[in-house]
Write a protein that binds this ligand. Structure first.
Ligand code: PLP
Length: 450
């Protein structure tokens, strides 16, 4: 039996080969990792501590989720207090007060009209929950054939079957046999928009492809269109000016629900509480996760309109009917709710969304200063999200960003690489000097690799 200890460096050191073998790591090249492991043993503010004691600047707020900074004592205390008071409560047919408190708190931040909140444990679960709500809504309204989802090429909605199907990152979809039948709109990465700052000028008309797909399939077969206001995982794909507005108008015209996946953009990443607020477009369903607990305890949520909520309530004839046969053992987990309440308090009290908005123009300038460096073929940004598109090595896609990230690790930065992009999403508490440092290190590294 190993001692429980807060000395995680010692714990890292004690790991055996059998320990390393036993853990099948998610979304990781396991063989590569195990040959050059990168273990984190602590975090505070904007920094991780690695097992050798070195500090690594967290350039992606964990995975876009610890945006209010690591080690917030208020959040840690709230989690501990919940663990002592009510470590677990069954969410089916019973409940605890924090679930209701948090639902109402979330509702204060979501766009007006999205007034009912369903809890999940992750972004992926939020995506699949939203998909089932959309399909269930039309079935409840007597139109079960209105059942198909339309996503977007390069979209990411997590890894469960629904989200994988609606998502459009091809390697994530390949190799799993038959997924849910869905349609996909084109992505909006256009040649002429390279090196755009913020929302690109061209491409709003790509939303009109939806009209064509509706003509082909029939609006009576389409339940919902699901998009991220800004696609993060495929490398910060920023919507062209007017694009989301147009998409929403087409959905409205044809009686198709609009789902915004705000798992990554929610709670401040774009310098507004939600992308919906930034773009002035209110979806029918909005999914969240990540920042809702500042990444501290797994949690996701789905907010819906009265009309959708009521469709479930009004069509269940018996008073003891379960209106929506869906939910998770850990929906509204007490620890997650406690963490969520504390995290949103921190966000509001410290004005962190405004801080993200304030820092965004500086972040944009510093990123775009790297234009012209060898290997960088595009730079994209919105709010405190940014990406460098790296020219792919022929026959070895994704290799250069991996090399960049490994070199950055050795220079004291944790950097996320995905596809042929290097992605940045600093904590909202970052200083201008931090942005300078990140960009200086990357400006050294990127041109120096093969
Ligand atoms: N949706 C979006 C837009 C995301 O960015 C992510 C994660 O990055 C997910 C869904 C999946 O979230 P999770 O990894 O918590 O399942």
């Amino acid at each position: 039996q190993r001692p429980v200890s807060s000395d995680w460096r010692a714990r890292a050191e004690r790991l055996s080969d059998a320990d390393m073998e036993a853990f099948w790591m998610p979304f990781t090249s396991n063989r590569e990792f195990k040959s050059k492991r990168r273990l984190l043993v602590g975090a505070a503010g904007c920094y991780y501590t690695a097992e050798d004691g070195s500090k690594k600047y967290d350039t992606l707020s964990g995975l876009w989720c610890a945006s209010f900074g690591h080690g917030r004592p208020e959040i840690a205390e709230a989690i501990a207090e919940a663990a002592r008071t009510l470590d677990y409560a069954p969410p089916f047919q019973y409940a605890h007060p924090l679930g209701f408190e948090l639902a109402n708190r979330v509702k204060q931040f979501t766009p007006a009209g999205l007034d009912h909140v369903f809890f999940t444990n992750s972004g992926s679960e939020s995506a699949d929950t939203a998909i089932k709500i959309a399909k269930g809504y039309w079935a409840r309204r007597g139109r079960p054939e209105k059942n198909r989802l339309i996503g977007r090429v390069k979209g990411y909605h997590g890894v469960n079957v629904g989200g994988t199907s609606v998502g459009g990152i091809e390697p994530n979809r390949a190799g799993f046999g038959e997924l849910m039948a869905t349609g996909h709109l084109p992505h909006t990465l256009l040649e002429e928009n390279r090196f755009s700052r913020g929302c690109p000028e061209h491409g709003a008309d790509l939303a009109d492809v939806l009209e064509q797909q509706i003509q082909d399939a029939g609006a009576e077969t389409i339940a919902a269109v699901m998009v991220e206001p800004m696609s993060g995982s495929a490398g910060v794909i920023v919507p062209p000016k007017g694009y989301l507005e147009r998409l929403a108008a087409i959905c409205r015209k044809h009686d198709i629900l609009l789902i915004f996946d705000e798992v990554l953009t929610g709670f401040g990443r774009l310098g507004a509480t939600f992308g919906a607020e930034l773009f002035g477009v209110t979806p029918d369903i909005l999914t969240m996760a990540k920042n809702i607990t500042n990444g501290s305890v797994p949690m996701g949520a789905v907010a819906v309109t009265d009309a959708i909520h009521d469709a479930f309530m009004e069509t269940s004839p018996l008073e003891y009917d379960v209106e929506f046969r869906h939910g998770y053992t850990y929906s509204a987990h007490p620890l997650a709710c406690a963490a969520g309440l504390a995290a949103l308090d921190v966000m509001e009290r410290d004005g962190l969304v405004a801080r993200a908005a304030e820092l965004a123009p500086y972040f944009e300038d510093q990123l775009h200063n790297l234009k012209g460096l060898k290997h960088i073929v595009d730079i994209r940004n919105l709010g405190l999200a940014g990406a460098f598109q790296i020219e792919a090595l022929p026959g070895e896609p994704g290799k250069r960003p991996w090399q960049i990230a490994m070199a950055a690790w050795d220079r004291g930065l944790y950097v996320r690489f995905g596809g042929d992009t290097v992605q940045l999403g600093p904590p909202f508490i970052a200083e201008k000097a931090d942005i300078d440092h990140i960009c200086n290190v990357l400006a050294d590294i990127i041109p120096s690799i093969d």
